[in-house]
Ligand binder design. Structure first.
Ligand code: PLP
Length: 397
């Protein structure tokens, strides 16, 4: 496979998501503090460029559509699992191998327990995977518009990277990833665009890229397919038997409403999983606490509740897309629990600030090519109605 683009590796600091000057008034606390240095730090700490998460304000009546959380509560089975017995057991360390959770995930995806790795949120799983697979002499390839934690990990571990431009229609073109590489990572569906990729396209690429690890970050995969056993139809987990170099990373933060619990996992060949385990056991033997493990098992096993929440979000997403299109927005095709929408009647930064005045919080990225878009998480139907009403009011002002 060849590529016409001349892509140069970089280890330069790549700026994580940041807000524009017009939005300075609502900078998260950690970003304001991040510029001051200390003589007590190791030299490299001053050179880090940490990720800035979306704001978590505690303002009453705020319609919070900025961090792709699920608007519905976790399965009621989660509460049942967090029993007094479990609390009593907190005096003991948890199982360092989180076997019951690995079994639940293995059952759900029809793989073996040895194919599963679990961690404290998929961010931690990704961080360990970057260290395990991507510290290579050749650069890591990932899309230029993608999850902004990837350049942050590259900076932390001093991994050379090539950021491959998305195609003109904001899709990932895997033909552009054919150069020699030290690994590849991309989200499917991509974030913040929301655009999904067919499994066949990923498999065609894996046939050509056999020597390095390819991570498919499926944080939003469960919002892609319709029907029961959601996500299992479109997930690249189906490919792990045939392609020992593919690692699929997922999270319980989005489709299973457990962002606050911090549970993520990876599924891949036994040899990949053994590698991440070595790194994990050189860092933290017990990434998952007892309560997180029992709650995560309960959430994975309650497939009926999970299916119905995902279905509601998909339906609300389609309704919202139709409404915003009617209001003159250009909306990228979304397979996720958020949409990426370009207002045509006003500038995105201004609209972000105006929505905030109406108590509606969305996400704005002051980054080339996407600074005219807003990323809007899909909330309940009532929350999305409030968004549409506010947009109409702003339009009329
Ligand atoms: C593409 C992508 N990957 C991974 C994550 C991390 O999710 P968590 O650490 O909550 O599992 C996110 C969070 O927003 C994401 O957007």
């Amino acid at each position: 496979m060849s590529t016409s683009k001349n892509l140069k590796p970089s280890t330069a600091n790549v700026t994580a998501e940041s807000v524009s000057t017009s939005a300075q008034a609502i900078l998260p606390d950690n970003e304001a503090a991040s510029t001051s240095q200390s003589k007590y730090w190791s030299d490299f700490v001053g050179r880090l460029d940490p990720y800035v998460p979306g704001e978590q304000p505690t303002i009453a009546n705020l319609v919070k559509l900025n961090t792709n959380e699920n608007p519905y509560p976790p399965s009621p089975k989660v509460m049942e699992a967090m029993s007094q017995d479990q609390v009593d057991l907190l005096r003991l360390y948890p199982d360092p191998n989180s076997k019951s959770l690995k079994n639940a995930i293995a059952d759900y995806y029809s793989v073996e327990q040895e194919n599963v790795f679990v961690g404290n949120g998929s961010d931690e799983v990704l961080a360990l995977a970057f260290m395990t697979f991507f510290k290579q002499s050749k650069p890591l390839f990932f899309p230029d518009i993608s999850y902004s934690f990837y350049p942050v990990y590259c900076n932390l571990y001093d991994i050379q990277s090539v950021q491959v431009p998305l195609a003109g229609d904001f899709t990932i073109d895997l033909d552009d990833y054919g150069q020699e590489n030290g690994g590849i990572i991309f989200p499917n569906p991509n974030a913040p665009t929301g655009i999904g990729m067919e499994l066949d396209t990923i498999e065609d690429f894996l046939k050509t890229n056999t020597e390095t690890v390819v991570i498919v970050d499926e944080a939003y995969i469960d919002f892609m397919a319709a029907g029961n056993a959601r996500g299992t139809n479109s997930s690249a987990i189906a490919l792990i038997d045939r392609y020992p170099n593919v690692l699929v990373v997922q999270t319980l933060s989005k489709s299973r409403s457990l962002a606050g619990l911090r549970v993520g996992f990876a599924v891949g060949s036994e040899e990949l999983i053994r590698g991440i385990d070595r790194v994990k056991n050189s860092f933290n033997s017990y990434p998952l606490d007892r309560v997180a493990e029992v709650a995560a098992v309960a959430a994975i096993q309650d497939t009926a509740y999970f299916d119905s929440c995902c279905q509601k979000i998909i339906e609300t997403r389609e309704w919202t897309v139709a409404q915003l299109t009617g209001l003159g927005f250009d909306v990228l095709p979304s397979s996720a629990n958020f949409i990426f929408a370009k207002p045509t009647k006003s500038d995105a930064a201004t609209l972000f600030a105006r929505l905030r005045e109406h108590n509606i919080l969305v996400r704005f990225f002051a980054k080339p090519r996407i600074d005219q878009f807003l990323r809007i998480s899909i909330g309940t139907k009532e929350e999305m109605c409030a968004l549409v009403e506010a947009l109409k009011l702003i339009n009329d002002e």
